[in-house]
Every structure is written in C-alpha cells, then in structure tokens.
Design a protein. Structure first.
Length: 615
C-alpha cells in the first residue's frame, strides 16, 4: 500500500467527453424548446415581467427533467448492449486486508449487528474472513444505545467466535459527524489496511460481492473508489414498498446511465463502496467551511466532495452497476424520509461554496450542481405554480380557460404549440419508466418480480402513488430549502427505520401547514380563476388530505395487504438470497438474547419463548 504513488490527473477520454457534451447539450436544447414553446403561448397577446419569470422558471425545471430523462435513456441503451456472463466468474484469492466500517448513530443495535453477523458468517462460509476486519464506529450519544452496542459486540464475539475480526469503539465527541468518524478511523487504524469498505448502519452486502470489489481494486492500482448501486430491502409500508420496488425496477438503468458518463469522475454515495485507504488519506482531508451552519461548518454531504477530491488527486472514482448484492434500508414513511432529506439537502446546498473550488474536474463540479438541483427543483416548481396562478389574476386578458371548456383554448396558432409542450413534458416524466416497466414485463426479467401482470400492476401503483404524493414531497423539500436559506440548522437527527404504524395525529402535526396551503390554493383559484380549478386540483387536492396520505402510506397493514396480492414485490422479497435470510435470522436471535439480558438486568424472568434462534 505504501508504495503506491499519487496518480497524475488523466485527460477525459474523447468518447466520454463526446457523450457528456451530447448529453448536456441535448438536455439544454430540450429545455430551450420547451421554454420557447411556452413563451409563444403565454405571450401571444403581449409580454409582462410575470410571464418572463414564468418562462424562465419552466425552462430551468425542464433542464432538470431532461437531465433525468437523458440519464434513463442512456442507461436503457447501455443495458441493451450488455451481455450477461454465461457462467459465474470464480472468486480470486486476495491477500489485501480490508476494513469494513459500519458507522452508527443511535441506531437499533440488534438490526445493525444482525447485518454484520450475516456478512461475517457469509465470508467465513466461503473461507475469506481472514482478510477482513469489521469496525463498528459508534457516534451514539444516548447511554442506552451505547450499552446495547457494547452488549451486541460481546454477543457476536461469543456466538461467532470472531475475536480479532470485530472491533467496537464509541467517540464521546462526534466531531465532523460521519465524515469525522471515518477520518478518525483512517488516522488511527487506516495504515493497517489497503482498503476500507464503507457501509451505513442499514447496509448489507453479499460476501461474494465484497470479494469481487477487493479483486477489482487489486487489479487497478489507480482505482481509488469503487461504488455499487445499493437497492432497498426490508420495507413493509406502502411508501417503503414503493421505494424498494422503484429501486429494484428502475435504479439499475439509471445507474448504467450515470456509469456511461462517469469517465474517471464517478459518484460516491457515502456507503456500500470500497475505498483505497492511501488515496483517501492523501486526498480527502475534510476541512470545515467558513461561517456557521447551515452553509458553514462541517460538510454534511461529504461523499460528493470526497469523490471530487479523489478525482482531483488523479485517482479513478467509478460506479460499477454490474456489482449486485448491495443493499440498504430506507425510511418507512414520508415524515422520516423528509427528516433524512433535510440533512441531505443542507449538505448538498453547502456545495454551492465548493463548486468553484480550485482544480476540481469539470464533471465533479457538474455532479455537485446536479446534487443542488435535486432539492432546488422543488421550490422552483412551486414558484412556477404560484406565478402561473397569479398570471391570470393580474393579467385577466386573454383567458385561455373559458368556463364552458374543460381544456385550455388558445389562439389558433398557439394551440398546437401548447399541446406539443404538454405532450413533451409528459414524455420527459413518464417515458423512461414506461419503457423500463414494459421491457421488464415482456422479458425474462419479469420472473424475478412475479409475472407480467404483477410488474405492470406494481408499476402502475408506484406511478399513481408517487404522482399523488408529488405535491406533498414538493412542499416538504420547498420548506427545507426555505429553512436553510433562512439559516436554520437541522443538526444531525438519527433516522427511525422501523415499520411502525403512523398515527393520523402524528401525520397531521407534520403536515398541517400543507392543509392550509392547499386551502389557500383552492380558495384563490375558485375566487379569481375558477376555470383553473380542475387544473390546480391535482396539486391542491393532495395537500388538503396530506395527513391522510402520509398516514395511509406509512401503514404496515396496508403494505402487507399489497404484499399478499404481489403488488410492489421485488426479487429480494420473493426469493431473498442467503445473506438477507441470515440477517433476518440473526436479528431474531439477537432480539431474543437482548430480551433475556434485559429481563435478567431487571431481575425478572425472561419472556416466554425468548431463546436464542439458530443463525
């Protein structure tokens, strides 16, 4: 490890440079066409400043839509050219030592250690545990969590007999949060390892995939970081099941689109990725940003920055979409999802200070900008909706929405342009998912999801759910961006991943302001532009019933009903692979042991049936 020299920066390959140019140029051209068509329609009888703002906002939004559309199409084309290997490749022997890092912060210890046990047991079963050490890097602040983590560590050491391969430490001061946690390990222990496999508390990986990642790192001395595409597992609620179905069906294509453009500046999503320790130590020192939070202080979305720093240092950063067997969990309801989103949004907006940083590669800067747009798009859409509502109120003439017609009526030359614009936006939104869903339903891939009927039914349910929830998500993200712009710091709250029932009152407390916004939107439309009411209803309606939507989509019982009929099923749910089954078994086993220990500490008899389960 110590003899590997710093790699000089390499020029972007011509084919990658051409792909990137074509990709970006087509996105901009599509957005300009949409903006031009919209401008012709809304300025048919004159131009106002409000209309100029409308056109500008729509054009910016369409750049973002076209960017996602191009990513999906690129991935579909890339996937169509791939050839699956006829036989599995044999696992190569490696002597490189790898540290598997599991940062935790007030998490459910039984779940975390169950996943660790499943991975360690899997590596041992194929005779490769000797070159891997697992480190639980705890930043937990609650004494009961720290105590549980320590008990779970001793339990695994005893049950699995993995002394020398499992380590635990808790930082009393979690300086730098996760980035500081990883840096602390690199500083104190990194010199003993060639690689570190960075996981999250909810990560789970197939042992064979872990070994293949090490093999690929060994084969390419200039490869600084290798990222997998984590897919979501273990969700029961309708919201969680929609997330994991969407990830299973669509993410492999989107990740192939990203990979087709990555060159040497691929993505890093902060987990389920292997990193060359020397490269990380040389390049990824993470300074605090000037000023105070939310824009200053510790960098929350450190992964984007670390990828950019590695690429700037001449190391290759790469996403390999063919690396399967990489999993994570996700929040089970919209409230927890929005809480996690709040932290990510603050981190991504911090990147505004880093985009002009010296010597970053152009594609690294673009990746940061797209990360910012992932959250800025929602308030931009919201502003467009508000301005579009104000336009007919302030400029009453001409009226494109007469009371005797459900559909807009434009001056004759503009009607075709308006319909073409609407059709184009729907294509950008729906075509990639539609193509992927039908391609899956009509191919052998459908068997992994159940059948042709279940694939199409699940895709329809997922599309309907995401469409209805889109205004709710837009409002959550817009509120988040507004809070950050008002310099309100979100801190670093832990994520609750449990599939517990979400009471309506809890949902109402989190979304009452959306109900008010929906009432204002509906009332203003009925008062000033009643002809627009049916067009605004898909936005105002979900806001009016936001608490009900949030509660229902966070209800495990409803999710189980969908599961029973095969809707939103995934391959990992229908036929879970050994590491997933082992993780579930270990969780039951550790919960039983925790129950016995808690009962013993309290001086009470252990609950009935609280016996260790076979792993």
């Amino acid at each position: 490890m110590g003899g590997i020299a710093r790699r000089p920066s390499a020029k972007v390959a011509p084919v990658i440079a051409f792909r990137r140019f074509l990709f970006a140029a087509s996105a901009v051209v599509l957005a300009l066409i949409a903006g031009g068509l919209f401008a012709l329609v809304v300025t048919a009888s004159g131009t106002s400043r409000l209309q100029v703002l409308q056109v500008t906002l729509l054009t910016v939004c369409c750049v973002w839509l076209a960017w996602g559309f191009n990513t999906a199409v690129t991935g579909i084309v890339a996937a169509s050219r791939e050839r699956a290997p006829s036989v599995p490749l044999p696992l190569k022997m490696t002597l490189s030592r790898t540290a598997v890092l599991v940062p935790v912060y007030n998490e459910d210890a039984d779940s975390v250690f169950a996943r660790i046990a499943a991975m360690m047991e899997g590596l041992r079963s194929i005779g490769r545990l000797e070159t891997f050490d697992f480190y639980v890097l705890s930043d937990s602040t609650k004494p009961e969590h720290v105590a549980h983590e320590k008990r779970s560590t001793f339990t695994l050491l005893s049950e699995l007999r993995v002394a020398g391969h499992l380590y635990y430490r808790n930082r009393e001061k979690n300086v730098g949060r996760k980035a500081g946690n990883i840096a602390d390990f690199v500083t104190k222990n990194g010199g003993a390892y060639e690689y570190m496999l960075v996981l999250d508390a909810d990560s789970l990986m197939r042992p064979q995939t872990i070994l293949e990642m090490v093999t690929r790192m060994d084969a390419e001395p200039d490869l600084g970081l290798l990222q997998t595409q984590p897919l979501i597992i273990g969700r029961l609620t309708p919201f969680g099941r929609a997330l994991q179905f969407s990830a299973a069906l669509y993410s492999p294509f989107f990740s192939r689109g990203i990979a087709a453009l990555q060159g040497r500046e691929g993505p890093f999503w902060g987990h389920n990725a292997i990193v060359r320790v020397k490269a990380f130590a040389d390049c990824c020192g993470m300074p605090s940003l000037p000023g105070v939070a939310p824009f200053g202080g510790h960098i929350l979305s450190h992964d984007f920055v670390e990828a950019a720093l590695l690429a700037r240092g001449g190391w290759r950063v790469r996403l390999d979409p063919d690396l399967e067997g990489s999993y994570e969990e996700a929040p089970a309801n919209i409230i927890e999802y929005a809480k996690r989103d709040r932290r990510w949004c603050q981190g991504n907006l911090q990147h505004g200070k880093l985009v002009p940083a010296p010597r970053f590669n152009l594609w690294s800067r673009i990746s940061m900008i797209t990360g910012i747009m992932a959250y800025a798009a929602s308030p931009i859409w919201l502003m467009f909706i508000v301005v579009s509502l104000l336009d007919p109120i302030i400029a009453a003439d001409p009226n494109y929405f007469p009371a005797d017609s459900l559909f807009p009526v434009f001056p004759t030359p503009e009607t075709g342009k308006a319909l073409l614009l609407l059709f184009g936006i729907f294509l950008l939104l729906l075509l990639p998912k539609t193509l992927i869903a039908f391609a899956t339903a009509l191919s052998e891939r459908r068997r992994a999801f159940g059948s042709t009927v279940t694939v199409l039914a699940s895709a329809t349910v997922e599309l309907a759910m995401t469409s209805v929830l889109a205004p709710v998500m837009m409002m959550f993200q817009s509120k988040t961006v507004a809070e950050i712009l008002m310099r309100l710091d979100a801190g670093w709250p832990s994520t609750d991943r449990d599939d517990g029932k979400l009471p309506l009152l809890v949902a109402f407390k989190a979304s009452w302001w959306m109900v008010i916004a929906g009432l204002i939107l509906a009332a203003a439309t009925l008062s000033y532009s009643p002809e627009l009411f049916l067009w605004m209803l898909p936005i105002a309606g979900p806001l009016l019933i936001a608490p009900v939507l949030i509660s229902l989509t966070g209800d495990p019982a409803l999710g189980l009903a969908l599961k029973r009929v095969g809707v939103l099923s995934t391959p990992f749910e229908i036929a879970p692979e050994p590491v997933i089954r082992a993780s579930e078994s270990w969780r039951r086993r550790l919960e039983a042991i925790s129950g016995r220990l808690a009962a013993a500490d309290a001086g009470a008899p252990a609950p009935a049936g609280a016996k260790p389960q076979p792993a």
